[in-house]
Ligand binder design. Sequence first.
Ligand code: PMP
Ligand code: GLU
Length: 416
Amino acid sequence: MSTFKNVESIHKSTNMSVLSERIRNLTASATLEMARISRELRAQGVNVIDLSIGEPDFNTPECVKEAAKKAIDDNHTHYTPVSGLAELRKAIAAKLKNENGLDYDPVQIVVSNGAKQSIANTMLCLVNPGEEVIIPAPYWVSYTEIAKLAGAVVKELFASIDNDFKVTPDELEEAITPKTKIFIFSSPCNPTGSFYTRKELEGLAGVFEKHPNVYIISDEIYEYINFTGKHESMAQFEAIRDRVITINGVSKGYAMTGWRIGYLAATKEIAKACDTLQGQITSGACSISQYASLTAFNGISCTSREVRTMVDEFRKRRDAIIDRLSTIPGIRTNVPAGAFYIFPNIASYFGTRNGKYHISDDRDLSMYLLGEAHVSVVPGSAFGNGNCIRISYATSMENLTEAMDRISEALSALKQ
Ligand code: PMP
Ligand code: GLU
């Protein structure tokens, strides 16, 4: 039996809307959408605990903030080169060499408005309409939509909780066809926290080696939020290295989501294409944020304590939530090795009810938890697995404990 399903990305619409087909076929980001609903409810006075948005609840390190203030005072407030400041690209190349063992020349690096834009740049520069993009599910919500924007045919490759939500080389081999152009994944993964070991990546690299037309987007944005130790990059495998586009940034590792700095590292040809695309759409990223990021990359000594504190705290929260979820009947989880999400399987609650609420799927359950427990989570179907919900633990232990109490009580009130 095939382990993946085909999702046709181009729909013919009969709607007479003024909007383009492209935008009408685009789904809003479920993570941002749930965060918006939570904010609105809170503004109405409802005491919502928001476990929907995925962003560190820690402050940006002090020395990084100081660098931004200095950049303003020094009048670094003008356009930068499209691909980013030369010093910043140099610092990123040094980081990739020192921390990941990857050799990139600064001209192979393109700095963008967040890792999200780096992914969009890559997808738009590589995919022709009708080509296939393989996305292991669960996946981060924006992968499918960005692929659709590029006109791709999205193929979701199901990864089971029984294998820690990771795909195997055999499953990958089965999914690749002559039309496959891109494979995109994150490790550590949003939404499962799963982390591919070196050996597991090597297994996948072995398959890619046999398919020279397939490019791999390796999203490593959660690199630093890893509870198992050393990060492993897909680009470390020489035989496929030129076909790997490494995506990373400062959003998660340095608690800098609002600064909007991400980057990609790729061959000169791909980097140049992304520079051209970005030059026609957004130009270089914010100059002040680039100077701040330069300090983040160069300032290991001034940021490391704050980053370590953040990661230690995430680990404590993960352990606490896993412990707590294991006491709630009918919930199954993997043990996330990184990021700050848990993706529990809640399918045993389908078919239950409580008053006006009838739970038939993950969306019903998420709306029930929001309406009844005032806890906001994201339905798993947005990540390609409707048997789960995503819980972000990027909030205080106090909030998490209260949220778990509320979830537990609301679930126990659901009856067949
Ligand atoms: N990739 C993944 C897996 C993410 O979770 C996020 C967070 N939104 C991004 C990319 C985008 O990061 P950024 O905020 O730097 O655009
Ligand atoms: N990565 C975060 C999340 O998944 C941020 C929101 C977004 O950009 O989708 O919640």
